[in-house]
Design a protein around this ligand. Structure first.
Ligand SMILES: Cc1cc2nc3c(=O)[nH]c(=O)nc-3n(C[C@H](O)[C@H](O)[C@H](O)COP(=O)(O)OP(=O)(O)OC[C@H]3O[C@@H](n4cnc5c(N)ncnc54)[C@H](O)[C@@H]3O)c2cc1C
Ligand code: FES
Length: 366
């Protein structure tokens, strides 16, 4: 009885999957949606070829929407308000779109296909995002798994960004990917050096972009990027600042500190950087010197598993615990966090418990 039931369920599932695959293939290769009209912010009208995802369609028109997963529906960054023409929500969108956002017709632009005339809203700041041709000027090992990539901009030859923001690298097709993909990286250099961007890129095993940068990209090679994006930047207030980062999360904090040092910004800043051992610390000497350049800055590296050879006399344990020990009260303080989702969630708990309101905690999770 149970076997018969399992066979029926299995058969129905298999038929459903086959039908879904046939529909997707038919949609991709047979359906012809012709030309459709995209209306942007009620003013701009574009005639585009129908049938492709909204994200890619806009990119062809040199309108860049943030995305970190290359359109796979796994980063949630490509949200846009689609006022008409998008059809029903897809199952791939729903994990990223809250009930409130559904009520406002917010969609994942990488999942929604342009099949008919569509009316969309694009935040004004995204119209200043540009595509840049750049050259890999220098690639430096910062740790055993993080490289610094210095990109010299060719055309346009300068970028205007806020310290803390990110750009996207376009990875060409190569051995690990049969299509070109985009990935997000925070800029680690200062906005004052407008003719270049530096990135700190941590190798993810089998990762498409990081393997390309670590193992294939050579100095002198051309790289295409676009940006700037993001709302992770220093707010213009008089509050004290606590920064917490781990791994390549150092990048945007370094940019923010360089910018503050150049501007003589006298706000109190304490930066906790978490790593496992001494060899995982990113630019420890440079970060110490940078904090000393700030009128009121402090850099606190924290090792979670220092080895005997490390001869470590600094802070130990989880970076969140070190920050909690330091932060007696969250009064008049705002926080900037960058690192893994687990680290950010733990930090938010600690910081809100210490009295920092959630709306004064800014972060980039990756
Ligand atoms: C706003 C923003 C800023 C970012 N800034 C930086 C930065 O400054 N430096 C940096 O190194 N990265 C940064 N990232 C992450 C970056 O965009 C990529 O996701 C990451 O480098 C992996 O890309 P990939 O193409 O090599 O791996 P993919 O090909 O995308 O992934 C391969 C596999 O690894 C898994 N994976 C992806 N990322 C991770 C991870 N971090 N840890 C473990 N497994 C993973 C995937 O689920 C997949 O199974 C940022 C992300 C965002 C959203
Ligand atoms: S969810 Fe990542 S680009 Fe759409």
């Amino acid at each position: 009885m149970l076997t018969a039931l399992l066979i029926s369920v299995g058969t129905i599932t298999a038929i459903t999957v086959v039908l879904a695959v046939i529909l997707v293939i038919a949609d991709a290769f047979i359906a012809d949606y012709g030309e459709v009209e995209l209306t942007i912010n009620d003013k701009k009208k574009l005639t585009v070829k129908g049938g492709r995802p909204l994200l890619g369609t806009l990119m062809e028109e040199e309108i860049f929407i943030p995305s970190a997963c290359g359109g796979r529906g796994s980063c949630g960054l490509c949200k846009l308000k689609v006022e008409s023409g998008a059809g029903q929500y897809l199952p791939t969108e729903l994990p990223w779109i809250s009930k409130e956002e559904q009520a406002q017709n917010i969609r994942l632009s990488c999942q929604v296909k342009v099949k008919q005339d569509m009316s969309i809203r694009i935040p004004e700041e995204l119209f200043s995002v540009r595509r840049f041709k750049a050259r890999a000027e220098k690639i430096t090992n910062l740790t055993h798994d993080i490289k610094e990539l210095r990109l010299k901009l060719i055309t346009p030859d300068s970028i205007d960004f806020k310290a803390g923001q990110f750009v996207q690298i376009q990875v060409p097709e190569y051995k690990l990917s049969d299509e070109s993909v985009f990935r997000a990286y925070s800029v680690s250099s200062s906005p004052s050096e407008a003719d270049c961007v530096e990135l700190e890129i941590r190798l993810v095993p089998e990762g498409i972009c990081t393997t390309w940068v670590h193992d294939y990209l050579k100095e002198g090679q051309e790289v295409t990027i676009n940006g700037p994006y993001g709302d992770f930047f220093l707010r213009d207030t008089k509050r004290d600042i606590i920064c917490i980062a781990g791994g390549s999360g150092n990048a945007p904090i370094k940019s923010i500190m360089m910018d503050m040092a150049e501007k003589g910004n006298a706000r109190n800043l304490t930066y906790f950087y978490g790593a496992r051992t001494r060899k995982d610390l990113v630019l420890p000497d440079e970060m110490t010197a940078l904090a000393e350049k700030l009128p009121n800055g402090q850099y606190v590296p924290v090792l979670s598993e220092p080895s005997d050879e490390d001869n470590w006399e600094g802070e130990t344990g989880f970076v969140t615990d070190a920050a909690a020990r330091f932060l007696k009260s969250g009064d008049n303080t705002e926080a900037y966090l960058c690192g893994s989702p687990g680290m950010i969630d733990a930090c938010v708990k600690v910081l809100t418990k210490a009295g920092i309101p959630e709306e004064l905690i800014y972060y980039d999770k990756f």
